[in-house]
Ligand binder design. Structure first.
Ligand code: ADP
Ligand code: MG
Length: 228
C-alpha cells in the first residue's frame, strides 16, 4: 500500500527527519510512535503529498483519492449539521446532494450516531464530533487511512470506545491504517506493527517491531470476557 524509502524531510534548511524507511501492507494497521516534535506530523504531511521530500522516495500502491486523512483538530464546519459535515467530502467529489446525505447518514449510523444527524457540532460531545469527522473520511472509502494523533483530545474511556469501533470498521472494510501517536500503549493495543521514531533534529526510525501479542481481532468481544 505504502512504501517510504530513505526519506529526508525538513522546512527550508532545517532538517526534521533523515533516512526514514517504512511500509504499510494491505490490510495492515501500523503505528508510528515518537515524542512530541520528532517529526510525526511532518512525515504524514509528506505522505499525503503536502510537503515535498528533500530526498528519498514515497510510493503509493493506489490512486491519491484513495488516501484518507484524519487530523488531530476537529475540522468540522460549525454552521453545518453532523450529516452535512459527514457528506462534505462526497459533495466535493461531485456526489448529488441527496445521495451524499444518504450515504453520510449510513456512516453516522455505523459510527453509533444514528438520530444525531441534524445536530450542529456544538451540540455534540468531543467524542461524537470525532465520530462525525471519522464518518466524513470513511465515506470516501479510503484504502489507506492516515491519522495524526486523532483521539489525543479525548479522555481514556472515550478513546477506548472510539478506537474499538474504528478497528471494527477498518477491518470490515479492509482499510490499511498508518496511525501517528505519542501513546505507545495505544499503539501496541491497536497495531500489527509499531515503528518508533527517535527524537529530532534528524529523527530516524529507531526501531520496528511486530506487536508481541495478538490484538483481539474482534475487539467487541473483549467486553464479553468473563474477567471484565
Ligand atoms: P510531531 O508531530 O512529532 O510533534 P512535527 O512534525 O509537528 O512533530 O514537528 C517536527 C519539527 O518540525 C519540530 O521541530 C517543529 O518545530 C518543526 N516544524 C513543524 N512544522 C513546521 C513548519 N511549518 N515550519 C518550520 N518548522 C516546522
Ligand atoms: Mg504532530
Amino acid at each position: 500500500m505504502l512504501e517510504v524509502r530513505n526519506l529526508a524531510l525538513g522546512y527550508g534548511k532545517v532538517p526534521v527527519l533523515a533516512g526514514v524507511s517504512l511500509h504499510v501492507a494491505a490490510g495492515e494497521f501500523v503505528s508510528l510512535v515518537g515524542p512530541s516534535g520528532s517529526g510525526k506530523s511532518t512525515l504524514l504531511r509528506a505522505i499525503a503529498g503536502l510537503l515535498k521530500p528533500l530526498s528519498g522516495e514515497i510510493r503509493r500502491g493506489f490512486p491519491k483519492e484513495a488516501l484518507g486523512f484524519l487530523f488531530q483538530e476537529d475540522a468540522l464546519l460549525p454552521w453545518r449539521t453532523a450529516r452535512q459535515n459527514a457528506a462534505l467530502g462526497l459533495r466535493i467529489r461531485g456526489w448529488p446532494r441527496e445521495k451524499a446525505l444518504g450515504e453520510a447518514e449510513a456512516w453516522l449510523s455505523r459510527l453509533g450516531l444514528q438520530g444525531l444527524g441534524d445536530r450542529f457540532p456544538h451540540e455534540l460531545s468531543g467524542g461524537q464530533r470525532k465520530r462525525v469527522a471519522l464518518a466524513q473520511v470513511l465515506a470516501l472509502r479510503p484504502r489507506l487511512l492516515l491519522m495524526d494523533e486523532p483521539f489525543s483530545s479525548l479522555d481514556a474511556i472515550l478513546r477506548m470506545e472510539i478506537t474499538r469501533d474504528l478497528l471494527r470498521l477498518v477491518e470490515g472494510e479492509g482499510i490499511s491504517v498508518l496511525l501517528v501517536t505519542h501513546d505507545l500503549e495505544e499503539a501496541l493495543a491497536l497495531s500489527d506493527r509499531v515503528y518508533l521514531l527517535s527524537q529530532g533534529p534528524r529523527a530516524r526510525i529507531a526501531k520496528e517491531y511486530p506487536v508481541p501479542f495478538p490484538r483481539p481481532r474482534d475487539p467487541v468481544g473483549v467486553r464479553s470476557d468473563p474477567r471484565f
